[in-house]
Write a protein that binds this ligand. Structure first.
Ligand SMILES: NC(=O)c1ccc[n+]([C@@H]2O[C@H](COP(=O)([O-])OP(=O)(O)OC[C@H]3O[C@@H](n4cnc5c(N)ncnc54)[C@H](OP(=O)(O)O)[C@@H]3O)[C@@H](O)[C@H]2O)c1
Length: 247
């Protein structure tokens, strides 16, 4: 095999959910820089337009698609409107932290709807067509919270553990047809997450690298995983967490 370079996503169409902010935005920018045509998904049209503008100003191709992934019908509509994609990044998600006894049932349901049900519906709508074409790549954005116990993170961690279980089952279901399905499990990342910057900093201090990460450090790994450079990787959850879950 020859050495591959950047821009190996030319000609591929990618849907990145939650690309109006944080990790998803960084992934959308990275995929576009590597040549993909990116559907930037989110709810906030102004931030969606800004992400699209940054991509197109750099010479890339992007469009914005809005949908509330907490709503099943809207999620199915998004898949129908977007149509065929070569790459699906299930990044959109929310993290609500709190003690189990006081946890709001509505917040629990909303978190499972956006973090687990939406990826399930999007894969159900988009992966069969990838399989029929014999190729495609799906990346689910999990979290170290899905792999280790964290006080206050029971419900959030459960959504991410579920997403990792889905990743393995989808690899079993779709990889025989040429569709790779993987997950990335970031450690703490500085994003506009409602958990706040101090929370991210304190989590960063628990990692082996004694720091939190920037979204671009996650996006680089994500871009590798969806690209042909990761052609023999499927069913895997790759930690990008400063060693937090390894030791
Ligand atoms: N930040 C971290 O430390 C960290 C660590 C590990 C894993 N993660 C995971 O990484 C992913 C991205 O997190 P982030 O920190 O980058 O978050 P963020 O900056 O808060 O951005 C979240 C994105 O998801 C979208 N989104 C959330 N709920 C949605 C819904 N119901 N319908 C449609 N879009 C929705 C938002 O869209 P709009 O704002 O346009 O509505 C936004 O684009 C999440 O799955 C999160 O669990 C984050």
């Amino acid at each position: 095999m020859s050495i591959t370079h950047n821009h190996d996503l030319t000609g591929q169409r990618a849907l990145v959910t939650g690309a109006t902010s944080g990790i998803g935005r960084a992934i959308a920018l990275q995929l576009a820089a590597e040549g993909a045509e990116v559907v930037v998904h989110g709810r906030d049209a102004a931030r969606g337009a800004e992400t699209v503008e940054v991509i197109t100003a750099a010479g890339g191709k992007a469009e914005f698609a809005a949908a509330d992934l907490g709503n099943a019908d809207d999620t199915r509509r998004l898949a129908e409107e977007v149509g065929d994609v070569d790459i699906l990044v299930n990044n959109a998600g929310i993290s609500v932290w709190g003690s189990t006894g006081e946890f709001d049932a509505g917040a629990y349901d909303a978190m499972f709807a956006s973090n687990v049900r939406a990826p399930f519906l999007l894969v159900g709508a988009l992966a069969p067509a990838m399989a029929a074409r014999g190729k495609g790549s799906i990346l689910n954005v999990s979290s170290m919270a899905g792999d280790i116990g964290m006080a206050g993170g029971a419900a959030y961690g459960a959504t991410k553990a579920a997403l990792e279980a889905l990743t393995r089952s989808w690899a079993a279901e779709f990889s025989p047809s040429g569709v790779r399905v993987n997950a990335i499990a970031p450690g703490p990342v500085y994003t506009p997450t409602p958990s706040g910057r101090d929370f991210i900093t304190s989590l960063g201090e628990t990692t082996q690298m004694n720091r939190a990460s920037e979204p671009e450090e996650i996006a680089d790994v994500a871009a590798f995983l969806v690209s042909p450079r990761a052609s023999y990787v499927t069913g895997a959850t790759i930690a990008a967490d400063g060693g937090r879950t390894a030791i």
